[in-house]
Ligand binder design. Structure first.
Ligand SMILES: C[S@@+](CC[C@H](N)C(=O)[O-])C[C@H]1O[C@@H](n2cnc3c(N)ncnc32)[C@H](O)[C@@H]1O
Length: 240
């Protein structure tokens, strides 16, 4: 395994039991983001009855959402400890420890949708990951990718302040912009059917803080030039 992947496993293995609070996926900011931004997108692009693979599932916060209405769902992550937490909170879902650049446990054309939340930006070889995603999808299958937007000033500032969790990681998150992702997906044999940047509310906030920021989110999201710098990027693509 590469040095970056070793550091990913070591970081996420040690943070797994407090990930939901430290990264905010179990806090109100994330719940608000799911309700107001992510869920409407999932419902629009990942039809009920889909056979879903979730890649880089972490502790399974988004597995909980995807599994509602899925005909079948499997999930994979590089960190054994993140998978352990995900399995505990999602009994009945089939989880695998493995590399999303290869997706070895899965058959060609096994899924009608692959979903990724805040994970694709970590993959050093995104071309190889896209080839694997393409392989495990059926024809016309959907790749739904929601991730950090590298243009967001918070990520850029945390890099300059040396606050990001893994120093090598920013090298790869840099690729995570709407235009870059759309071009990469197209080159890998997908038709991009939706792309956007969204949400100015960080996951790790409590309800009073979120309530304060909601009006700001509404204003910033309405100005196209500024919206481009929002916290998340979403690109949805269909296998050709
Ligand atoms: C920021 S966390 C996101 C977890 C989850 N999707 C969420 O949004 O809460 C990034 C996850 O990607 C996983 N990851 C990074 N590189 C990976 C790879 N090459 N293969 C599989 N998982 C990977 C990490 O182990 C980690 O659990």
């Amino acid at each position: 395994m590469s040095e970056l992947k070793d550091s990913i496993v070591s970081y996420y293995d040690q943070v797994a039991n407090r990930y939901g609070v430290q990264h905010g996926t179990d806090l109100y900011g994330c719940t608000w983001g799911i309700k107001n931004y992510y869920l409407p997108l999932i419902e629009r692009f990942v039809p009920r009855g889909s056979e879903i693979l979730e890649i880089g599932c972490g502790t399974g916060r988004f597995t909980e959402i995807l599994k509602q209405g899925a005909a079948k769902i499997k999930a994979i992550d590089l960190s054994p400890m993140m998978i352990k937490v995900a399995q505990e909170r999602n009994p009945g879902v089939e989880f695998h420890v493995g590399d999303c650049e290869k997706l070895e446990p899965f058959r060609d054309g096994e899924f009608s949708a692959v979903a990724a939340f805040n994970t694709f930006s970590y993959y050093p070889n995104k071309k190889r990951a896209l080839a694997s995603i393409h392989r495990v999808l059926k024809k016309d299958g959907i790749f739904f990718d929601l991730d950090m937007n590298a243009l967001n000033p918070v990520y850029i500032m945390s890099y300059w302040m040396n606050r990001n969790e893994m120093k090598d990681w920013f090298e790869y998150i840099k690729e995570s912009t709407r235009g870059n992702l759309a071009a990469m997906f197209d080159e890998a044999g997908f038709d991009v059917i939706h792309q956007d940047t969204l949400c100015w509310i960080p996951n790790a906030l409590n309800k009073p803080m979120v309530s304060l920021l909601i009006p700001l989110d509404a204003i910033l999201s309405r100005i196209p030039f500024i919206r481009e710098y929002a916290m998340r990027v979403v690109v949805v693509a269909r296998k050709r």
